[in-house]
Design a protein around this ligand. Structure first.
Ligand code: RNT
Ligand code: ZN
Length: 419
């Protein structure tokens, strides 16, 4: 698309939004202040750099597209490539299994220096980092359990990993001057009916209590816990269920992660935001697209994504109570392109909700004018967010439309397929 068309579309869009008292430039400014945490594990199908060949993985990834990143340098190069085509403000979301220690170490022995390359890279690109201890794909997993294992050696191993993870997160946050969100997700659960659910959950409480024992400055790091309804192999019982973590997080004054694939397919995740935010320290989002189950398909623009972001905007929770992150991994399409598609979907939808004339909806509601409320909701779907998005992509030098596809073809050929 040529520059003149994009500019004139933008000027017209501004006029349309002005009719609804929406200041487009202000919305763009706000957009640029909201970081989206980009999950590094999409780059290699959650394999990690420790040599996961032959080790059972608790994360189901399908597809075998060629060219996945095999080390830190390749993964950072891939992330830079993805960022080239996204006008969003980015943050890096990193798992501990992507450490780059000088000599091989146990997962629970990592320290901050083992992430030096990531930290320096983040600094160089002005990125914050979020952190996750990888409690999976490891020989110390026992019967699918880590922090809730009945084997004390196993449980202690993972507690130590959790303790170190928080220290590293604190160091990262302090060094980068941006809070590091430390997310805990464990796959622990059982395929078939357990006889003593309480025993598993009491062990998990004890493990978390020990891990969370050290207080850290909340400016540097914040803890969040990620629950789940079920997983493949944990159909009957998940120790870290939503109820468990919500109750635990409220008690401890910490936050939760809501992964949009981790609920029953008919649950309305947008509705949960206002039910939870007054009580938890923060809500961290793992934006993903579950197709029939927690399938972690690449994020796309759809009603589910829109309604969650709309809710956060209408309550004015961005950069206050709610943090945005991505979590999908699809190995049937180019992994870098998948980042780009997901990031652009998240970004454009974020822009759309920031541009929503929410005040008019609320006004209609206060007047009990329900007809008007519904009519406006419908009409707002017709607002020209695309024109503002194209303008933003162009002015940020981030590829308008699908022009990035051509560059990705070259990148795939010249870089990824040569690995
Ligand atoms: C798994 C959770 C979790 C993982 C990552 C790798 O169901 O969504 O967030 O995807 O930690
Ligand atoms: Zn997740």
């Amino acid at each position: 698309m040529n520059k003149e068309i994009i500019l004139s579309n933008y000027e017209n869009a501004k006029k349309i939004y002005a009719r609804y008292d929406v200041d487009v430039d202000k919305a763009i400014e706000k957009f640029k202040s909201i970081p989206i945490s980009v999950h590094n594990w999409q780059g290699d199908d959650v394999r990690g750099f420790e040599g996961s060949e032959g080790i059972h993985s608790e994360n189901v990834v399908t597809g075998n597209y060629p060219g996945r990143a095999e080390n830190g340098d390749q993964m950072r190069q891939d992330l830079e490539q993805a960022f080239k085509f996204s006008p969003c403000r980015h943050k890096l979301n990193l798992h501990t299994m992507y450490a780059e220690p000088k000599e091989k170490k146990e997962r629970n022995e990592y320290d901050t220096e083992d992430y030096r390359k990531w930290i320096d890279w983040a600094k160089q690109h002005g990125l914050g980092i979020d952190f996750n201890v990888s409690y999976f794909t490891h020989p110390m997993m026992k019967d699918g359990c880590s922090l809730a294992s009945d084997d004390e050696t196993v449980r202690q191993y993972w507690i130590q990993a959790g303790i170190n993870g928080r220290k590293i997160a604190n160091d990262i946050g302090r060094e980068l001057g941006q809070v590091c969100i430390n997310n805990t997700w464990i796959p622990d659960g059982t395929k078939d009916l357990p006889a003593d659910r309480g025993a598993y959950r009491r062990r998990l409480i004890d493990s978390l209590d020990r891990i969370l024992d050290t207080p850290y400055d909340k400016e540097n790091m914040r803890d969040v816990l990620e629950g789940k309804v079920f997983g493949i192999g944990t159909e009957s019982f998940v120790v870290g269920s939503h109820d468990f973590y919500i109750a635990y997080a409220v008690k401890k004054g910490i936050g939760i992660t809501m992964d949009t694939g981790h609920y029953h397919p008919t649950e309305d995740i947008a509705d949960k935001i206002t039910a939870l935010y007054p009580f938890v320290e923060s809500i961290n989002l793992h934006l993903t697209r579950g197709v029939r189950w927690d399938s972690d398909h690449c994020l796309i623009t759809n009603d589910d994504l829109r309604s969650v972001l709309q809710e956060i905007k209408r309550q004015d929770l961005f950069n206050k109570k709610v943090d945005l992150g991505l979590d999908f991994f699809d190995a049937t399409i180019n992994r870098v392109s998948s980042w780009i598609i997901g990031l652009r979907a998240a970004g454009r939808t974020l822009l759309e909700v920031l541009l929503e004339p929410s005040h008019l909806l609320k006004e209609a509601e206060i007047k009990n004018d329900l007809t008007r409320r519904l009519a406006l909701m419908e009409e707002f779907k017709n607002l020209p967010v695309g024109a503002v998005w194209d303008y933003l992509c162009m002015t940020e030098g981030k590829s308008v439309g699908t022009s990035w596809l051509k560059e990705m073809e070259v990148y795939e050929h010249e870089v990824q397929l040569k690995r």
